[in-house]
Design a protein around this ligand. Structure first.
Ligand code: SF4
Length: 662
């Protein structure tokens, strides 16, 4: 059995966390047809379909080689179409993987004070506090749910003593403790943080997702390959673009991380179609992607077409060039590119299986080298021949800047006498931290990159989709700090800590629908807490004391109100305007109707805005609002400048939260 560990790094606070994926190859177990490019046996290098018992051994063997400290470990089922496998076998594979997941506590809460232990809302969390299962059920059902997830409950008993204080003192919540099957997996259990798998878009439905959720799967990657109908058809994929879109939406709304893999150089593909595919992958909300240039593998339909002269693969240069463009799109769209180029099997490496196509064992390095070459080329035109040059480069980009085989250095040395690459990292913490919706339009994301350290929010499973990435749903900001929802993702909390932003954790998460979705949507100035005070998370009052509490009927207060300073406000709500004018404040009312918010008739103007020092950042252009001049004048007279992040429609993104270190 082939063994390889895929590793990458993440800097978290001052610790380097190394990521590992333990790959389990399940080749061609479920494919009804063969895509024209695919011979899974050659690609995965694995002709053997492992028994669940072997899967356990593979995981145990890998775990022996992975350090315990500062690691993030996932088990990945790759190679075939996992969810097309017979459901019983899927469950056996997943049950094995689930044994190794790090488990947390059950929290079991009585729905009424008098209901005793039988009627419960039970929550099962995995390592990320991500919902494994949330069912209204009886204790007995809860036991079944847990056990079928590969978990066992020990000693379920009501505990009304002070020991419950960790989980809600005084609530009388009983507690259940989980234990995993140590007897089977031995001392190496509880090391794995997540399970990922790959499958076809047309093998996803609610039943499939329920099963994956029950077993603690965290990431689902779909082989989208192209989002062009003709390319899919000519490649024999047997699914449509609509299948990819539907499956992506289901996966995201069920709370999984979504991966969408794509290929370049497929039959009928063009550069434009590949770029379109990448842009759609960003729009569909993928967390990660893989880019695979098409290779001609022995035994495939594509090989037959190539031999008949009906298919011409990309050259290596063409594949590198288009991949470099795609990489740029994904980086701008905040989609992690976890693989560039096929992971080679022996048959591909020694050429016995590979007939033609742009294969290179260091394909990613070639692509990154190409990106740097594009940046460095203008220097040759701009600087006189025979001069010296120093090029500042971030440490993690140094080898790409110098280039594969030092190609970029050599290129520069043909023009300059002395070429020096200097590591020059501007610590991200010195740039203002900016938090906003992941669905901020791409050109606006580009603009944000130039003025700060943007971080994008898109937690799934809390509120309805159109506002699920809105900062003002998860955070309430004042000059002294923040109150954030408990479910605000860890990576955003880390960024806040690193930027030195003080924050408190609120009492409960935003609920699915209004008014529960608006618990944090208040506006806090040095004088006021302005909100519909019936729904405000109580921690806000504790965190921001000494202020007058101003009640307004509009629960989505921050969506509708932005303070420029303590005396000057912009609002899209007449009720809020009235309350603030009564307090003697300067208020500009902006008609919300020209503001776009996907899924709604319109959004709100303050939802497009954020204040960074003396600038009002706006997602979109005032050219798209009939009151452009009046709004511009108010902002200018208030002593603020205006920065339109892109020249498009005003788009409500739930506010742009800026944390300046000035
Ligand atoms: S769906 Fe995947 S595994 Fe099946 S034939 Fe196509 S590429 Fe191969």
């Amino acid at each position: 059995m082939r063994r390889c560990v895929v590793a990458w790094f993440l800097i978290s606070k001052s610790t380097i966390v190394k990521h590992y994926t333990i790959p389990i190859f399940v080749p061609e177990l479920a494919c009804p047809n063969r895509c024209v490019f695919c011979n899974q046996h050659s690609i995965s290098g694995c002709q053997h379909q492992p028994e669940p018992e072997e899967v356990r051994e593979i995981i145990l063997e890998h775990l022996k080689t992975i350090p315990e400290k500062d690691t993030h470990i996932e088990i990945g089922f790759f190679g075939g179409s996992f969810t097309g496998i017979e459901s019983e076998l899927q469950e056996r594979y997943l049950a094995v993987a689930n044994e190794f997941l790090i488990k947390r506590w059950f929290r079991l809460r009585s729905t009424t004070a008098a209901s005793g232990v039988n009627t419960k809302v039970i929550s099962i969390f995995n390592y990320h506090s991500w919902w494994l299962s949330a069912v209204e059920t009886t204790t007995q059902r809860a036991d079944e749910t847990a056990i079928s997830s590969g978990l066992e409950i020990t000693a379920p008993k009501k505990d009304s003593t002070s020991k419950t204080s960790d989980y809600g003192s005084g609530t009388g919540w009983p507690r259940l403790r989980l234990s995993a099957r140590r007897s089977q997996a031995g001392s190496t259990t509880f090391k794995v943080h997540g399970i990922r798998l790959s499958t076809r878009p047309d093998y996803i439905d609610d039943e499939v997702l329920d099963r994956l959720k029950r077993f603690g799967v965290t990431t689902i990657e779909l082989g989208a390959q192209s989002l062009d109908e003709e390319v899919l058809r000519l490649s024999g994929r047997g699914h449509t673009v609509a299948d990819v879109e539907k499956a992506s939406a289901l996966i995201r709304s069920s709370g999984f991380e979504l991966g969408l893999q794509m290929m370049t150089g497929l039959p009928g593909d063009t550069v434009e179609k590949s770029i379109h595919t990448a842009k759609r992958i960003v729009e569909l909300g993928a967390h990660c992607t893989r880019i695979y240039p098409t290779l001609v593998i022995r035994g495939t339909e594509l090989a037959a077409r190539w031999e008949r002269g009906e298919y011409q693969p990309q050259t290596l240069e063409e594949a590198v060039e288009i991949s470099s463009k795609l990489l740029e799109i994904f980086r701008e769209g905040n989609v992690e590119v976890i693989r560039l180029g096929l992971h080679p099997s022996e048959g591909i490496l020694d050429g016995s299986e590979l007939l033609a196509g742009p294969f290179h064992p260091a394909f990613r390095e070639l692509v990154e080298t190409h990106r740097w070459k594009e940046k460095l080329l203008p220097l040759i035109e701009q600087q006189p021949q025979g001069s010296n040059i120093r090029i500042p480069v971030p440490a993690n980009e140094l080898r790409f800047a110098i280039g594969h085989d030092s190609s970029n250095r050599k290129m520069l040395e043909s023009h300059f006498i002395k070429v020096e690459f200097v590591v020059d990292d501007i610590p991200k913490s010195e740039l203002p931290l900016i938090i906003t919706d992941k669905r901020l339009p791409l050109p606006a994301k580009n603009a944000l990159k130039n003025i700060g350290n943007p971080q994008y929010l898109q937690p799934d499973g809390f509120v309805y989709k159109s506002i699920s990435g809105h900062s003002d749903i998860f955070m309430c900001k004042s000059d002294e700090g923040l109150v954030v929802a408990p479910g605000l993702p860890d990576e955003i909390r880390d960024k806040l800590s690193n930027a030195g932003v003080r924050f408190f954790i609120g009492e409960s998460n935003p609920g699915k629908v209004y008014p529960d979705s608006a618990r944090y949507n208040a506006v806090v100035t040095s004088e006021f807490i302005i909100h519909n005070l019936k729904i405000t998370d109580p921690v806000l009052f504790e965190a921001f004391p000494g202020r007058k509490h101003l009640h307004v009927n509009q629960g989505y207060t921050r969506c509708n109100l932005i303070p420029l300073d303590k005396n000057t406000f912009i609002t899209s709500d007449k009720g809020i305007e009235k309350v603030l004018i009564a307090e003697g404040k300067e208020v500009l009312y902006v008609d919300p109707k020209p503001v776009k918010l996907r899924g709604h008739k319109y959004g709100f103007f303050p939802g497009c805005c954020g204040v960074l020092n003396d600038e009002l950042l706006i997602s979109g252009s005032l050219a798209f609002h009939p009151d452009k001049e009046r709004i511009e004048t108010f902002i200018r007279v208030s002593g603020f400048r205006m920065r339109e992040l892109y020249q498009g429609e005003l788009t409500d993104v739930g506010g742009i939260f800026c944390f300046s270190n000035k």
